[in-house]
Design a binder for this molecule. Structure first.
Ligand code: FSX
Ligand code: SF4
Ligand code: F3S
Length: 465
């Protein structure tokens, strides 16, 4: 929605609200309203209308269900600050049902749920769900209702549905291999549209911001292909990171006791998965904006991405072809590829198979091995070229040489016999090389290069390039 459409929508909503509720109920906290507006991309001119909508509108009813999870998402929400959750509860949101923070217990609790479902309400579901013949893995209350039934019943009447947390969005920890309870994200059982707010847990800002988007604009936020709101998940985490300049310069902390870790060196080599993540953690942070994982000194573990337990390798090692263990070949979007091998190939879907025991291979859909992916570079010449290229190149070579000196089993660069070469199985190196090989002759090489760079598990080169 562009800015003009947003302002028009706010005006229509405000008119409706004022017609039904002419008297304001309280004084809105203007500073907080402007902060929310700037986060959500609502233009400055809309802040006053937002404040009025909140003060005239009766509190929005919220039903929050717990499924299979650890309650970290609720804990995250409770860290909300300025205003705290308690003032939001009194002013903007009426929590009709939330097992962690409500007073009711037993049959009384279930009665609150059924009373809540009779009103107009927004539904929030935290946690994954087991389905069908496995649904009994998750039963709730004295009536032993399965989580599947409870979610479906609540979703029937909900005005909007939010999956809060990676568990609810994509299955999360209990769906990790071997997934003994056959847990899934809630969109696999609901026919209604679900907005995903992943993160294990998501920040309090991403939770409350998405609810406020609906409360203020009375519509669901624009989302990406995984149904995550663009305002919060539309950018690459690595691009927002405070250590990003260090990454570009090749300044990597080499271990957790490396003193330079505290000087802001990049955490890629100790396992940070930030480059593969769409989330705004560096911007909004956690615990009342105190900090976020990378600032605290640990790499991002991609907790808001689907299948992060299974697909992102070891938590404290960089992702590489050896530790990314997708067990079945994964289909990626169609890649424009090397036309002069066979023109028909341009329409084929290519699969990349990553496996610990096999060299990385690029497949056509049928499984025919298209290219055997490894290449050798003449290291001294490669480094010499890079050093002479520009300041950044020289810095990268310097970093690499320092790293090399610390590896007792590797000979120094100068002593390498010219006949020797370093072999890389790194997909980024290989695809880039393919792009360059075809670059002079074929216009499609640029596309190949782009595809290489957007490849799901593109890693920085093993030479820190
Ligand atoms: Fe826990 Fe929420 Fe992780 Fe899951 O957060 S923090 S296991 S996303 O559902 O409670
Ligand atoms: Fe930040 Fe991680 Fe990217 Fe380094 S790799 S810049 S620590 S997000
Ligand atoms: Fe999760 Fe990474 Fe943010 S681990 S909390 S997505 S920094």
């Amino acid at each position: 929605m562009d800015k003009i459409a947003m302002l028009e929508r706010l005006q229509t909503h405000l008119d409706e609200v004022k017609a039904a509720h002419p008297t304001p109920r309280f004084e809105a906290n203007k500073e907080w309203v402007s902060q929310i507006c700037s986060l959500l991309g609502i233009p400055k001119e809309g802040a006053e209308m937002c404040a009025q909508i909140l003060t005239h509108k009766p509190p929005t009813n919220l039903v929050w269900l717990h499924m299979a999870e650890c309650t970290g998402c609720s804990e995250s929400l409770l860290r909300l600050d300025k205003p705290g959750l308690e003032s939001l509860i009194f002013e903007c949101i009426s929590i009709e049902y939330h097992e962690t923070i409500m007073g009711a217990v037993g049959f009384g609790a279930k009665k609150s749920l059924h009373d809540g479902l009779k009103k107009d309400f927004i539904l929030v579901i935290e946690g994954g769900v087991s389905l069908g013949e496995n649904a009994y893995f998750l039963t709730s209350g004295a009536e032993s209702i399965t989580g599947e039934m409870e979610c479906k019943e609540a979703a029937e009447q909900a005005q909007a549905i939010f999956a809060i947390g990676t568990c609810s969005s994509f299955g999360g920890v209990q769906a990790a291999y071997p997934n003994p309870t056959h847990a899934k994200g809630i969109s696999s059982l609901l026919k209604q549209r679900v907005i995903n707010i992943p993160g294990c847990p998501p920040s309090e800002t991403n939770i409350i911001g998405s609810l406020m988007y609906y409360i203020l604009l009375k519509t669901l936020p624009p989302c990406d292909e995984l149904n995550r709101p663009l305002w919060s998940y539309g950018k690459n985490l690595h691009d927002l990171c405070e250590r990003r300049a260090r990454f570009e310069a090749g300044d990597f902390a080499q271990s957790f006791d490396d003193e330079r870790l505290q000087d802001g060196y990049c955490l890629y080599k100790v396992g940070c998965k930030g480059p593969y993540v769409s989330n705004n953690c560096p911007k909004v942070k956690f615990n009342a904006k105190t900090s976020w994982p990378v600032r605290a000194g640990h790499g991002c573990i991609a907790c808001s991405e689907p299948d992060f337990w299974d697909s992102f390798g070891h938590i404290e090692e960089p992702l590489n072809n050896a530790n990314a263990y997708i067990t079945t070949p994964k289909t990626f979007k169609t890649l424009p590829f090397i036309h002069d091998m066979n023109d028909d190939l341009s329409t084929e879907t290519l699969c990349l198979e990553l496996d610990t025991h096999l060299p990385t291979r690029i497949y056509k859909t049928e499984g025919e091995n298209l290219l055997h992916c490894s290449f050798s570079a003449h290291l001294p010449i490669l480094l010499q070229n890079l050093r002479g290229r520009n300041k950044l190149g020289a810095r990268l070579v310097e970093n690499y040489e320092q790293w090399r000196k610390m590896q007792p089993h590797i000979e120094s660069v100068d002593s390498i016999n010219h006949a020797q070469a370093e072999i890389s199985h790194n997909m980024s190196d290989i695809l880039k090389l393919i792009g360059e090989m075809f670059g002079e002759r074929k216009p499609c090489a640029l596309d190949t290069l782009k595809a290489a760079q957007s490849y799901l598990f593109a890693h920085v080169s093993k030479l820190d390039i």
